[in-house]
Design a protein around this ligand. Structure first.
Ligand code: FES
Ligand SMILES: [Fe+2]
Length: 340
């Protein structure tokens, strides 16, 4: 059933931002699995099942010593492969217990920590969604986490159905979308809407459009949205790119990171300035649009959680859908779930 569909584990999932992981271990949840992240002595990220095989407490309560994650309770140490490599009170005649926990393929890319919960052998044949704008000096980024008590299908349907702008009023950057075409490919759905954008980012004072509605002028702009399983990518004209990275927690809980990139491409003078200065501008402006993003998310979360609650109390009720994009998304989820 769609609203209970499992994720396809053979993809990379963004489970945390890289800045969330410091010296201490960090616990994250990905589809019913508690995972502990930590950095080894070289700063390389490791991901293990968050369970000490000694007494089954969470390893994330422990601390990192050198290359080892040391359990808080009796101090057993585990290496990055999840093997028990130290018991501090091991007797002279005792051997190290041959126990360990599951290791997950993990990597850092474009500001996020990505975990591969599927077959370890398949991890190398697959890459996380590239986000070149995260580091690129021509883009200003904003990011906000999304925590919604709902199945991930409700969230992706919300993101792919641009006809729900009714909910957001003047918080969103576009208006009057009309579905122009829809394509379904292997592992993805691409929907192209003809829309209008409120913002024109061509002058340094374009930023004032954010605060003064009267400065905004609607002009035609293509709005392309894609479900690149398991994530979502959208572009509005040449100015904006929006991405949502999915980290489904369970059938009724989804975590995601919603990101917004504003292009600085039209400011050609800026690009002639020293890289250090451009980096400073990028860093200074980081998260300037976060308030807007968070406002959108807040409105969406109310609706999505209500959809989930209605489904729980009346799973037999049929919804009516006019946007074919939603059907294509549902089909892709089913295909991915079945191909696990
Ligand atoms: S429970 Fe982890 S060392 Fe004992
Ligand atoms: Fe929305």
């Amino acid at each position: 059933m769609l609203r209970r569909a499992a994720l396809n584990p053979n993809h990379w999932y963004a489970v945390a931002r890289d800045v969330e992981l410091g010296d201490r271990p960090l616990a994250v949840m990905l589809w019913h699995q508690s995972i502990v992240l930590f950095r080894d002595g070289d700063g390389v990220v490791r991901a293990l099942e968050n369970r000490c095989p000694h007494r089954q407490v969470q390893l994330s309560h422990g601390q990192v010593v050198g290359d080892r994650l040391v359990c808080a309770y009796h101090g057993w140490g585990f290496d990055g492969q999840g093997r028990c490599v130290d018991v501090p009170y091991l007797g002279e005649k005792q051997r190290l217990p041959r126990c360990g926990v599951r290791r997950y393929p993990v990597l850092e890319q474009d500001g996020f920590i990505w975990v591969f919960p599927g077959d370890v052998e398949s991890a190398d044949g697959c890459r996380p969604l590239p986000l070149p704008e995260w580091e690129h000096l021509n883009y200003i980024a904003a990011v906000t986490p999304v925590d919604v008590q709902a199945h991930f299908s409700f969230l992706i349907e919300n993101l792919m159905d641009m006809y729900h702008g009714h909910l957001h009023d003047d918080l969103q950057a576009w208006a009057n979308p009309k579905l122009a075409s829809l394509e379904s490919g292997v592992g993805r759905v691409d929907a192209h809407y003809d829309a209008e954008s409120y913002y024109t980012i061509d002058k340094i004072y374009s930023i004032s459009q954010l605060f003064f509605k009267s400065l905004r002028k609607l002009h035609p702009a293509p709005l392309d949205v894609s479900y690149v399983y398991p994530n979502w990518v959208a572009t509005l004209g040449d100015e904006f790119k929006i991405v949502c990275l999915f980290c489904p927690v369970s059938e009724t809980q989804t975590r995601a990171y919603l990101m917004h990139f504003t292009s600085l491409k039209p400011f050609w003078r800026l690009h002639k300035l020293p890289v250090g200065f451009r980096r400073w501008v990028k860093d200074r402006c980081f998260n300037a649009a976060r308030g807007l993003l968070a406002g959108l998310v807040e409105q969406d979360v109310v609706m999505i959680e209500e959809e989930q609650a209605s489904f729980e109390s009346h799973p037999e009720r049929r919804s009516y859908e006019l946007n074919p994009t939603v059907g294509a998304v549902q089909k892709l989820i089913r295909v991915q779930t079945d191909s696990r």
